[in-house]
Design a protein around this ligand. Structure first.
Ligand SMILES: C[S@@+](CC[C@H](N)C(=O)[O-])C[C@H]1O[C@@H](n2cnc3c(N)ncnc32)[C@H](O)[C@@H]1O
Length: 450
């Protein structure tokens, strides 16, 4: 079967083993066709630019393997790095975007966990890499982002699953900024393995040339070899090598979405330009704040994103919908979970005028079940400060919410209108209002049309 990985061994008699590996291989070989993910939200009326999957990427990839095996042109993954930490959400409250000092113990503000028992991290990664391999097209490639904690083992997994020699490049992403160590040379690079499924792959080196250094003599007039051959500079600059100097997303950066471990768009832009073409199908199964998806949207690639965190989904909706040209997108869930009751009491009003109508938020109040911590509460100066985004659409039909209007607080624009524009036409007899609070939870109210 073409979805099976290559021979399960490394070259020259080496082998990779840990407790749990056999179970991962067995579960992959014996997996049963996964249930189809349920479409739960849709924004925009045209063919979707991309799809978001909310849930464990293992189940998502199994479902995609049943329908879309060997169809992805580029997959980038930036999984947890096995840091032993929990990553919390960096909250901003209301119009001023003030930041509380929330206690780390408060579980509602966790973005994701990165603590692993025994060899569980290796099993988690191996299970996912087997599936990524199955999803890639014959000319597709994977970019696996990791660091010194795990790169030495992950490289072995890649050689094993994709076959010896299939790692095209081991890219060093070098950055500056952040703290300096007093005990050792500061660690300032991540590793990105670029791996091919087959013998050929998309490779657009000219797309990612960088300008020559101002001091470059070659850039000024070219160079003549001893044999008299003249080499001239390329108008777009020099080709990059495998060490990439790209700044991290700094605290003041305009592209910042306040998602922990968010990667810079420049990095993803370079990857997507290098190894995909317009119209290609690109995926990120640990997509976090959606850097890959936002760049794919800008570059005209079709995209698929997956994350299991609710804060990630909240950020993704905002990042992809609060753009000059909002993306059209679909949201799927893999597990049948019931949406928890939102923590807000929302009073919304529907006004009608000459056949048009408008929705306004009249009152918003935090009713729990968890109380807001005091330091967050202290920053709430008006009821609307409790709201981070809201959307208006048609009542879920067969479980699908069709969003017609969406507004969210972004770094550039913290204001949030309490009213929608006037809608001239509306399909259906009800309007569904979904209000996302400052922790990303969702409260829904339904308003009947008269
Ligand atoms: C390092 S972050 C990705 C950051 C992302 N590259 C960005 O630029 O924002 C890793 C992400 O993987 C997600 N994640 C971890 N395990 C997962 C799983 N089994 N299924 C889906 N998502 C997972 C976490 O919720 C987290 O958002």
């Amino acid at each position: 079967m073409s979805q099976q990985p290559k021979e399960q061994s490394l070259p020259n008699g080496l082998s990779l083993s840990w407790s749990g590996k056999e179970g991962v291989l067995r579960a992959f070989a014996e997996r049963t066709p996964a249930g189809k993910p349920a479409l739960v939200e849709r924004y925009g009326f045209k063919e979707p630019d991309g799809r978001l999957f909310w849930g464990d990427n293992l189940a998502v990839m199994d479902a995609l393997l049943a329908q879309e095996a060997e169809s992805f042109d580029l997959i980038y993954i930036d999984p947890p790095f096995a840091t032993g930490d929990d990553f919390s959400v960096k909250l901003s409250v209301g119009e001023k975007g003030k930041r509380p000092k929330h206690p780390a113990s408060w579980s509602d503000v966790q973005a994701y966990h990165d603590k692993w028992e025994g060899a569980s991290f290796w099993s988690m990664m191996y299970a996912r890499l087997l599936r990524v391999h199955g999803l890639l097209s014959p000319t597709g490639t994977l970019f696996l982002h990791c660091d010194h904690r795990t790169d030495w083992v992950l490289r072995g997994m890649l050689e094993e699953i994709f076959g010896a020699g299939q790692v095209i490049n081991q890219i060093v992403w070098h950055y500056t900024g952040g703290g300096r160590s007093k005990r050792r040379i500061s660690r300032k690079y991540d590793t990105i393995f670029w791996v091919a499924k087959g013998p050929s792959w998309t490779f657009h080196l000219d797309e990612i040339r960088v300008p020559y250094k101002a001091s470059s003599g070659f850039a000024k007039g070219g160079i003549t070899s001893a044999a008299g051959k003249k080499y001239m500079p390329h108008p777009d600059g020099t080709p990059v090598d495998d060490v990439w100097d790209i700044p991290i997303v700094n605290p003041m950066s305009r592209e910042r979405w306040d998602y922990p471990t968010q990667k810079p768009e420049r990095l993803l832009e370079r990857i997507l330009r290098l190894a995909s073409s317009p119209g290609d199908k690109v995926a990120d199964f640990f997509c976090g704040s959606g850097t890959t998806l936002a760049v794919a949207q800008s570059l005209g690639r079709r995209w698929v994103g997956c994350d299991q965190g609710h804060w990630s989904m909240h950020t993704l909706r905002k990042r992809l919908l609060c753009r000059e040209e909002p993306a059209s997108l679909e949201v799927y869930r893999v597990q049948q979970t019931t949406t928890p009751t939102g923590p807000l009491k929302v009073v919304a009003k529907l006004s009608e005028r000459d056949g048009s109508f408008q929705v306004s938020l009249e009152h918003v109040e935090w009713v729990g079940p968890t109380a807001l911590p005091d330091d967050v509460l202290a920053l709430v100066q008006a009821p609307l400060d409790l709201v981070d985004a809201w959307t208006v659409g048609s009542t879920p039909n067969e479980g699908i919410f069709q969003g017609d209007w969406y507004a969210g607080r972004t770094r550039d624009d913290r204001t949030l209108s309490p009213e929608t524009p006037w809608f001239a036409v509306w399909e259906g007899s009800e309007v569904c209002v979904r209000v996302y609070d400052l922790l990303g939870g969702c409260t829904e109210v339904v308003l009947p049309l008269k």
